[in-house]
Design a binder for this molecule. Sequence first.
Ligand code: GLN
Length: 529
Amino acid sequence: MAKYIFITGGVVSSLGKGISGASIGKLLQLHGFKVNMIKFDPYINVDPGTMNPYQHGEVFVTIDGAETDLDLGTYERFLDVYTSKANTNTSGDIYRVVIDRERRGDYGGATVQVIPHITDEIKRRFSALKDECDISIIEIGGTVGDIEGLPFMEAVRQFQLENRKEDIFSIHVTLVPYIAGARELKTKPTQHSVNKLREIGISPDMIISRTEHHLDKFLKRKIALFCNMKENYVVEAIDASSIYYIPEAFYSQKVDTLVMKKLKIKPKKKFDKSWFVKIKSFSEFSRTVKVAVVGKYADLKDAYKSIDESLNIAAAALKAKVRVDYLGAEDKGLLKKIKNYDAILVPGGFGNRGVEGKIRAITYARENKIPFLGICLGMQCSVIEIARNLANLKDANSTEFCKATKYPVIKILDEQKNIKYMGGTMRLGSYKSKLKKNTLAYKLYKSSEIEERHRHRYEMNPEFVEILKKVGLYISAYHKDVLPEIIEMKNHPFFIGVQFHPEFASRPMKPHPLFEGFINVALLNKKKQ
Ligand code: GLN
């Protein structure tokens, strides 16, 4: 039984197609179905790995080392699944594969065209996970009418034609804007958008309207009539204080029942509402802990989406709330501002912008025994900090920032060349590491072997391990006994740096042990003040 739900968007981007799809996926999962989601991004980049997080949000890394759109993080967190390369597609990647085939002569001299060659490749990828799940939810990025999106829309049209009606459900997410002057919600953009979709040959089964105000019966009827559907298939997605409330909001509008009806499927088990209840309980906690994230991008939360989620999830597990503020590492007033926080996190990053500010923030955390979590570049900065300020290795640095540094405590290692990487020169995806007993990391993970996702080129230089050990730094985990994975500091309540990205593994009901440990100590730290 291969069933598909297609999600397209209209009017404007950023309407939350991913969240809408994931919320419906969650409901179907609670009915007992195996659900997965696939993203199609119409841009020409082969993957988002090279895209600026400031414009595009964080790069999410899958276990098998794909650098993907942050929507895949939403899929993983909502559905508690692991995504892979098969869950992420771009025009760039699709065209590259088709052009490679053409160069090999696989098309036997045919003229290679958008239809059928590109659309065939897109359709092949629509069913990439059909054997692994009951329902594939397919999100088409961008908005209807975009030039780059056309081959994807055309592929959806063909796919509908080639499959049974009851195997496909098509959802169009649009905006119903509120015009304050007229005090009115407007349906015209939705009408135009659906018109555009129809021109391509897709008639949506359901409209999800993003709106700031409730849609009354009159408006729903208007949209329904225009879109050739019954009123109850016009669903309102009103702005919510937490994205995790959306599944329940859809449930109360019977979205799951309507989808199952058209797909001719019956629930596989009794619907379990405990997920809703647990999610709701998260908002009831009153004690709040304040965390400063000191990074390169101070004003774009999406650049650190998974970190934000991980902190919130960890706090909720400890029956607390977290206020996360993003402080620019280049901000001259950083050290003054940082004093107001219960814990400090330095996230990953590339390039030397803000590195010295991050190092100063780490000195402050170390000296004042403020809980500190360094992720990837954050861990590398903590090694530099300790080398410079405790081991007296003047101007110690990473060769990423200073090639000629006398003390290259972080560098590209010769040992790395013997380890097969999934992503060329970059260490990408999941790698195992062994934890030493009697370390904070071991206490938190409660395991001697872990597997975490990586995305970096540089590593801690083992030549400096002994010198740094003498000043209190401890390596609590190694990959294959050569590459340091976790560092911690003795005589500090929580000072941990990790070479990997634990933030990609948090789930609303499964906080990551490092984040939970971090927030836990931050809460204790708060009590002391
Ligand atoms: N720029 C560093 C490296 O490549 C850290 C990367 C990261 O933080 N993801 O090693």
